[in-house]
Each structure stands twice: as C-alpha cells, then as structure tokens.
Design a protein around this ligand. Structure first.
Ligand code: FAD
Length: 375
C-alpha cells in the first residue's frame, strides 16, 4: 500500500473553516461538503432557507475533490443498458435531466469547465458492437452522439459532455454559499443523525431537516443502507506536462473501467483499473494500492504513449449500489440521503442535491420520481 497523497487538483490555497462548537439552529443541516452537498446548500439558500453545512474533513475532502473531472450525462450504465433496465421513458427522462444539469453546472461555474465533449473508445470487437448499440439507442431517442475515429481509437463522441476542475468548483460553491449566508464547518463529523438534528463530537445542529450528502461511506453513517450501498476505492495518477501527446477531450475506455483527460497545462490525469484490483478495492481506505497503480502506469505508457514523469498518485472512496441506481430518499423522518452514484456522481450528485432541496421546500420534486426505486 502506498501512502495517501494529494490529488492533482490541489493547486490552490483554501482558507480553513472553523469546526462546529456548541449548538446552532438552522432550517436544514447538510452533512457532507462535496459537490452534491454544496449544490444542495445553494439551492436551499436560493429558496430562502437557513442552512448549516458540516464536513468530517475539509470542503471536498472526499471523491468530489479527488475525481477524474468528467462531466458525463446519463447514469453509470450506458444509455442502451439504462433503457433495457429502466424502460425507455425513464432512461430518457434521466438522461435529459443530467444534460440539463451539465448546462446548469456550466452556467454556475463556467471558469472551471471545458465543454469539449467526451469519448467512449472501444477496446475490442465486442465493445465496438456495444458502441453501435449505444449509438442506435441514443439516435432513436434524439440524443446527441456521433461516431468517432481518431488517434484515441474508435467509438463514440458525446458532444454535450465536458471536463472540469472538481476541487476548484467545490471551493467556488463553498465560498458563494458562505457569502449567501450559509454557515459551514469543517472537521465536524456527524456522529448521530436524527430527526431534528445532527450531533458532532463538539456540537449539535438543531434543524427540522437533514440532508446526508455522502457518497463513499454512506452506509457507515446510515447503516440502513448496508446491503444496498458498498464503498469502494477508485484510484488515479497524474503526470507532469506531456506535450508528446494531445488529448483534446476526456476519454472513457474499456467499458468505462479506465478514463483519462489532458488538463489545460498538458498534464494527464488518468484513473481506472478498479476491476484489476479485485476484492481489495472494496474498502474505505483511500490510499492508492500497488496493483492498480501498476496497471494505470501501463495504460499511461503503452496505451496513451505519455513519457512525462508521474507526479501524483491518489485514491478516494465512492458508494456503489447493487442496482447501480443512486440513492435519493427520505431515509428517516426528516433525514434525506443522497449518494451511491456507482462511480459517476459529479452530475447526478448535483442534480439530486438540487432535487432534494426542492423536495424539502416544496414537499415534492418531480426529478426525484425518476430515480425512485420501484420496490
Ligand atoms: C478517483 C475517482 C474518479 C472519479 N471520476 C469521476 C468522474 O470523472 N466523473 C464523475 O461523474 N464521477 C467521478 N467519480 C465519482 C465522483 O467523484 C463522486 O460520485 C462524487 O464526487 C461524489 O460527491 P459527493 O459530494 O456526493 O460526495 P463525497 O465526495 O463523498 O463528499 C462527501 C463529504 O462528506 C464528508 N463526510 C463523510 N462522512 C461524514 C460525516 N460522518 N460527517 C460529516 N461529513 C462527512 C466527507 O469528508 C466528504 O467531504 C470519481 C470518483 C473517484 C474516487
């Protein structure tokens, strides 16, 4: 096991926020200051609610500040698989909601986004045939997609996707939320989440509503999700500037197991190989492991052709659900839970954060219905 390390995104200073001490009152307490929780907080503020947000570590300490930086429409399942599993109407509704959410994310923080599209590249004849099925299903429903052939390989181009700086976005959201009146506390882990509030080691937030916006580790904080959500480690590495290669848009390869993008300063951020790490990757330990890092290094050198030295190796945990559908539910009276994005939560987490805020304020949210489990 290698030591935990900063992600490539940790390139700007962040002024630490105080821990919670004593009792505070709010209309809503949001637990987890990643992209999902911060989006929820800003939506609640826009709807006139008093909000307190707490995080066990610092803002975007989890996957939200340590991920691949892809903004992908749809669910973790490719579109044609989602149609098979959910039915056409529901899969299409969810896909459209996520496209709209990418638009909102771009409007909200344009300074950290590159709307350059994304590639799905096939690594085998079977995967090429699967790309054909995805293309057909998306075209049948009028969704934006093109066939692609280029230096990265052959597959599909989704022109409406994009790439972003995940940590810079979270910092921007947190700063704005504070300016808009939210009270945010770092190093304040929720130890008890109850109807009517949240307890930390040194304080308590009294609030009618609680939103737990935790992806990796959701089942630890709310044990009722054991069996549905299981936390796993995802790993990445990054290089010094690699002018020897040119990758204009994020690439998703080998059935989405591996993914990489070239940043504006020409560094490469590459993730994946989780399937190659075996059972050991089902863990809450966010330190990179040698097996997966060796696999990533091979992709970097042999597949991508980059020679630049590796400067960063890191990992973070996310929640996978058994059916690969996210969690967005009132788990206990007055306590909402969102998470379990099964590896792609940048867009859906924000979408569900907004949707839950509206459900709390208006008593319902049409977006949530599309994600409800039918059981
Ligand atoms: C390496 C990697 C690459 C990825 N690449 C992509 C990608 O390219 N595109 C994509 O869409 N998704 C990607 N993902 C998934 C995506 O990062 C996550 O789904 C998303 O960021 C989850 O954000 P969140 O705000 O919901 O939760 P989290 O990031 O899990 O944030 C939850 C916060 O809650 C805090 N917390 C935890 N427990 C407590 C507690 N008891 N009390 C208070 N606070 C607590 C944590 O400190 C954390 O800051 C990737 C994930 C990883 C790890």
């Amino acid at each position: 096991m290698l030591a935990p390390a900063p992600a490539v995104w940790h390139d700007a200073p962040w002024r630490a926020l105080p821990p919670l001490a004593g009792e505070v009152d709010a209309d809503v307490c949001v637990v987890g200051l990643g992209g999902s929780g911060l989006t929820c907080i800003r939506e609640l503020l826009a709807l006139g609610r008093r909000v307190v947000g707490i995080d066990a570590g610092h803002v975007a300490q989890g996957a939200a500040g340590r991920n691949g930086g892809f903004l992908l429409a749809g669910l973790t399942a490719f579109y044609h698989d989602a149609v098979r599993d959910l039915g056409r109407e529901r899969a299409l509704a969810i896909y459209r909601l996520t496209m709209r959410e990418i638009d909102r994310i771009c409007d909200e923080t344009p300074e950290v986004i590159r709307r350059v599209g994304s590639l799905r590249i096939a690594d085998s004849p079977e995967e090429a045939a699967d790309c054909d099925r995805q293309l057909a299903a998306m075209r049948a429903d009028g969704l934006p997609v093109e066939r692609y052939a280029g230096p990265e390989g052959r597959g599909l181009l989704i022109p409406t996707d994009g790439a972003f700086h995940p940590l810079a976005r979270c910092h921007a959201l947190a700063r704005r939320a504070i300016d808009e009146g939210a009270r945010l506390y770092e190093h304040s882990a929720a130890v008890d989440v109850l109807h009517g509030g949240v307890a930390t080691a040194a304080g308590r937030v009294r609030a009618r509503h609680v939103v737990v916006a935790v992806d990796g580790g959701l089942e630890r904080l709310l044990p009722e999700f054991h069996g549905l959500v299981r936390s796993t480690r995802l790993q990445m590495l990054a290089t010094a500037p690699a002018p020897e290669v040119s990758i204009p848009r994020p690439v998703y390869a080998r059935w989405g197991h591996d993914y990489w993008q070239q940043l504006p300063d020409l560094r490469i951020a590459l993730g994946g190989g989780r399937d190659l790490g075996g059972e050991a990757e089902w863990t809450h330990d966010a330190a990179p492991s040698e097996t997966v890092q060796v696999a990533l290094e091979r992709i970097l050198r042999e597949r991508i052709g980059a020679r630049a030295p590796i400067t960063h190796r890191w990992a973070a945990t996310v929640g996978y659900t058994t059916d690969r559908m996210p969690v967005a539910v009132e788990a206990r009276p007055g306590v909402w839970a969102i998470g379990g994005y099964s590896g792609t939560g940048n867009v859906i987490g924000a979408l569900l954060g907004r949707a839950v805020a509206r459900a709390i304020v208006h008593g319902e949210s049409p977006e949530l219905a599309a994600f409800a489990r039918k059981d």
